[in-house]
Ligand binder design. Structure first.
Ligand code: HSE
Length: 320
């Protein structure tokens, strides 16, 4: 396929919070902000190239094979025999390591943008599969929860990984989300470290607990029942193991619940904590400040972002 040099697309891809309590590697919610903006265009020079600027860009590799977006682009080029003179310019809006699916947002934007640019007509599941390839570069495993939400928006659920089968549902507009993130350095490959502590085998009663809670959480979203959502936001398997790596986990949770949160859980792999609240009733900033104060009483400075459910990737500009 031959496309004109200079042709391209600019894609916006939202952040997301994965797992949503009992749905480890299965559930995620896209948020309205922050977002990444990614320009994908064709240049004279051959070879996929990636440039990163914006928030936390110094923490992101711009070597193609170490960058989630670069990995996705190379895989699509190979599988569809596309020209490789592709330049990817990422402007990061999604902070790194805040449990907001930063690497996934860039990966989703590239899968979405290349599909559009080369008119590949990939279906939703194929897009998710390609975008998830990028997660290997950051997490060591192609988990597809964050990329699903970034691509499709709303609440996403991975029914199956092999073959990939992703469902998407709207989220109640008044489901506010406040993500508080402590400044703790876990070094390189934080997600990989937070995955290493997860038990390899689980007891049957924990399976029963999680299947019950996960099913009820989906029902809560479909019926817009925030009280049921609150009761369902509980994970007996992954969260207890990961919480040990998060100083202040219990006190942050208590502080958020005291301030009116519906429920609190770890955002993605952590160490950020996410509090869900009814934005018609609770002031998100109060919640964020209380959560950060709780982290600081443990000796860790923290920052927060309050946001709401958002849409998936979209093209903001065509370059001709
Ligand atoms: N489901 C993944 C995990 C999300 O919990 O490791 C990482 O953002």
């Amino acid at each position: 396929m031959v496309l004109k040099i200079g042709k391209g697309v600019v894609v916006e891809a939202p952040a997301s919070s994965a797992n949503v309590g009992p749905g480890f590697d299965v559930f995620a919610i896209a948020v309205e902000f922050p977002k990444d903006t990614v320009k994908i265009s064709l240049k004279e020079e051959g070879g996929v190239r990636v440039f990163v600027e914006g928030i936390d860009s110094e923490k992101i590799p711009n070597v193609v094979d170490g960058n989630t977006a670069g990995v996705v682009a190379k895989k699509l080029v190979k599988d569809y025999n596309l020209p490789d003179n592709i330049e990817i310019r990422i402007v990061k809006g999604v902070p790194v390591g805040m449990g907001l699916g930063s690497s996934a947002a860039s990966a989703a934007a590239v899968a979405y943008g290349i599909n559009e640019l080369f008119s590949l007509n990939l279906d939703r599941n194929s897009l998710v599969r390609y975008a998830a390839e990028g997660e290997v570069a950051s997490a060591g495993k192609p988990h597809a929860d964050n990329v699903s939400a970034s691509l499709l928006g709303g609440f996403t659920l991975i029914r199956s990984y092999d073959p990939i089968d992703v469902l998407r549902f709207d989220v109640p507009e008044n489901l506010g989300m406040c993500i508080a993130s402590p400044k703790i350095s876990y070094g390189q490959k934080k997600t990989e470290q937070f995955r290493a502590v997860i038990p390899k085998l689980i007891e049957l009663d924990k399976l029963v607990h999680n299947v019950g809670h996960a099913s009820a959480l989906v029902a809560a979203i479909l019926t817009r029942d925030l009280k049921l959502f609150a009761r369902s936001l509980n994970d007996a398997v992954v969260e207890p193991a990961r919480s040990k790596l998060i100083p202040g986990y219990d006190s942050v949770k208590k502080a958020a619940l005291r301030t009116g949160a519906l429920g609190v859980t770890i955002s993605g792999a952590g160490p950020s904590m996410i509090a869900f609240y009814d934005s018609n009733i609770v002031n998100g900033d109060n919640l964020g400040e209380e959560m950060c104060s709780a982290f600081s009483r443990e000796g860790y400075e923290a920052t927060y972002i309050c946001t709401k459910p958002g849409n998936g990737c979209r093209i903001v500009k065509y370059l001709f």
